[in-house]
Design a protein around this ligand. Structure first.
Ligand SMILES: O=P(O)(O)OC[C@H]1O[C@H](OP(=O)(O)OP(=O)(O)O)[C@H](O)[C@@H]1O
Length: 181
């Protein structure tokens, strides 16, 4: 099996290590955290594909966070919303939704702080992540945002992995293949 996959995004090239995540599956590991150059360039491309009428940007921790920071900076937003993977002591009446992610290969729960629920209620929201693969994380975010009374106007990512690249309801910059074993 090849050890790396060459990914090109908006003029940048990354050699992603191919790692086994299950008996029958390997994936090309795209870790946005720490890649300041990719974060900046990808955000400048994604922002062109977002509708104008967005009130809030929403992601799940962790790897989507720097992307939202940069998107918020470009859009001139003073804040953005991060769904967490554990309940924090400072959260008030958190909403929750479960998710099975391809990289972690187990069920996780996403939590939205009640303060954020109040912020996005009746607002137009863009859900954004670094990668959409099975779509479980995205769906959990959609469930959270809709439970909070907000409207999802766009779902976007840098990469669509595997079958996600065939989806017509998401915006993305590049495809990322899966590597069945
Ligand atoms: O479409 P899915 O199959 O749900 O996969 C995509 C999700 O998986 C990755 O997160 P990960 O679970 O690796 O968590 P992390 O960002 O906290 O590392 C990625 O950042 C997406 O959030």
């Amino acid at each position: 099996m090849k050890k790396h996959y060459e990914l090109k995004v908006a003029g940048l090239t990354r050699n992603l290590p191919i790692i086994q995540v299950a008996d029958d599956l390997a994936i090309a590991s795209f870790v946005l955290l720490g890649d300041a150059e990719m974060t900046t360039v990808a955000a400048s491309e994604i922002v062109k594909r977002l509708p104008e009428n967005i009130d809030f940007l929403v992601t799940a921790e962790a790897k989507g966070i720097p992307l939202l920071q940069e998107l918020a900076r470009i859009k001139g937003f003073k804040s953005y919303i991060v769904a967490r993977k554990s309940v924090k002591s400072y959260m008030e009446s958190p909403l929750e939704a479960s998710v099975f992610s391809i990289t972690t290969q187990k069920e996780q729960t996403l939590y939205l702080d009640g303060h954020d629920v109040e912020l996005i209620k009746d607002k137009k929201v863009a859900i954004i992540d670094d990668v959409i693969s099975t779509g479980e994380s995205l769906q959990a975010l959609v469930n959270l945002v809709e439970k909070a009374g907000a409207k999802v106007v766009v779902k976007a990512a840098i990469l669509a992995e595997g079958d996600a690249a065939k989806r017509e309801d998401i915006v993305f910059l590049e495809e990322l293949p899966l590597f069945p074993l």
